[in-house]
Design a protein around this ligand. Sequence first.
Ligand code: NAD
Ligand code: IPM
Ligand code: MN
Length: 362
Amino acid sequence: MNETDPRDRRPQRIAVLPGDGIGKDVTAEAVKVLDAVRAHWDLPLELVHLNWDADRYLETGESLPEGALEDLRDNYSAIFIGAYGDPRVPDMKHAADILLGIRFGLDLFINYRPIKLYSESLCPLVGKTVEDIDFVVFRENTEGAYVGIGGNFKQGTADEVAIQEEMHTRKGVERIIRAAFEWASGHGRRKVCMSDKSNVMRFGHDLWQRTFAEVATEYPAIEAQHMFVDALAMQLVRKPENFEVIVTNNMFGDILTDLGAALQGGLGVAASANLHPGRVSMFEPVHGSAPKYAGTGRANPVAAVATVALLLENLGHAAAANAVDRAIGESIRARFTTADLGGQASTSEVGDRLAAGSVSGE
Ligand code: NAD
Ligand code: IPM
Ligand code: MN
């Protein structure tokens, strides 16, 4: 994560994109927390709300506005996204244009997804402690199965053929693997596990194998492990305590981090950062827009607020980031939660408590 000098008073402009469904609900709470810590620590944060959502897309036909990527790149310090997806846009066109457009267009090659258990009571596995569930997934974020290369032939006929290619480049694979080792060595972690399906994907995933073996030699103090993704899915449920840092391709990272979210209490808790060190980065909870919960007060804002902590850390505000994270832990341990975590509080009640908790106790 980047560190900037906290004495630097230049404004840090944050683009806030609530998106659709519960994205709007949880973003309102994330903003409460950002406002509270900004006032408390006198942080030079400027929030700019951007209404790039399904309503706007359906009205105007525009998803990601022209020039948006350049504007975000040149004029912002960070991007916060709630969630995208709306049943009125079944092909997810606007969501793909905006979410994947930002990941790919700004070359945010690291999808950093920490799996952290705030309280034993949230873990569905019997007998696991907060020490047992504590690992980070480095998901490759600009290649793999997400590149959209392929097509349909004889579409809609009995002879239809559909082809969808994965793409892996040496540079792309190497930089995400190196990022995982660098992070591990900078954070006192001793193991990095690379996961692929190279026993079947003999070309693309073999490139991962060879690159991993090479990069690992540069980090002799860190144990390099390998696990096929099917075995890893099983081991994450059986012995999550064996893992510290996992690095994997785009699609496997997507799937494994929903599994990881379940280990920490569900999608209502899981946070993520889309990073390219030294450049503007994008922060979003792992969950989607859960349309059936939109506007009901049932959405858990913890994932969005934990994402705010990642954003604050990235912008060099470690004290504020730690305070937000501590407030989340306290509120969960006090069982002041939304229904997905077993409590009775509403989205905004939890948000209020997290905002207050983030600026008390100093
Ligand atoms: P989802 O994450 O929106 O919801 C799945 C289930 O998880 C919900 O029904 C709910 O039970 C639970 N859940 C998720 N977030 C929660 C929260 N904050 N509080 C309480 N419970 C929560 O996934 P889905 O239903 O598969 O997808 C809905 C839409 O979101 C789709 O359009 C999908 O493509 C999109 N999506 C977007 C993102 C994103 O914007 N990053 C991520 C995943 C899915
Ligand atoms: C995620 C989501 C996205 C992904 C979808 C909405 C495109 O599932 O951020 O995990 O697959 O990356
Ligand atoms: Mn996902």
